[in-house]
Design a protein. Structure first.
Length: 94
C-alpha cells in the first residue's frame, strides 16, 4: 500500500517532466474579417471593371477563373474571385 501512495504522489512530477517549457504558445486566431471583405459583399455580381475605380488601403488580389494562386495566407489581403465572364463571384480575406 505504501508503494501505491508513493506512485500516486510521484505521478504529477513524472508527468510534469514530459512538458516542454519552451514549447511555443499557439498564436491567436486571426480576425476572419481583418481585410474588411464583409463590407464589400455588395460588389458580388458586378463586373471586374468596378475594381479599377476603387482604392484600397490593403493588399488586393484579383483571381481570374481557373488562375493558379499561391497558398500563402495574409489575413489583411482582399481576394476578389472572378467568374469566366469577369464578374466578381466572391470577396474573401486571405
Amino acid at each position: 500500500m505504501s508503494r501505491f501512495r508513493l506512485a500516486v504522489l510521484a505521478l504529477p512530477l513524472v508527468l510534469q517532466a514530459c512538458v516542454d517549457p519552451a514549447a511555443p504558445i499557439a498564436p491567436p486566431e486571426p480576425d476572419p474579417d481583418a481585410c474588411g471583405a464583409a463590407a464589400l459583399q455588395g460588389l458580388v455580381g458586378q463586373d471586374r471593371s468596378v475594381l479599377a475605380t476603387m482604392r484600397f488601403d490593403r493588399p488586393v488580389r484579383v483571381v481570374e477563373h481557373g488562375m493558379a494562386v499561391t497558398m500563402d495566407f495574409s489575413a489583411e489581403r482582399l481576394n476578389f474571385w472572378l467568374t469566366k465572364a469577369g464578374k466578381i463571384e466572391t470577396v474573401t480575406c486571405g
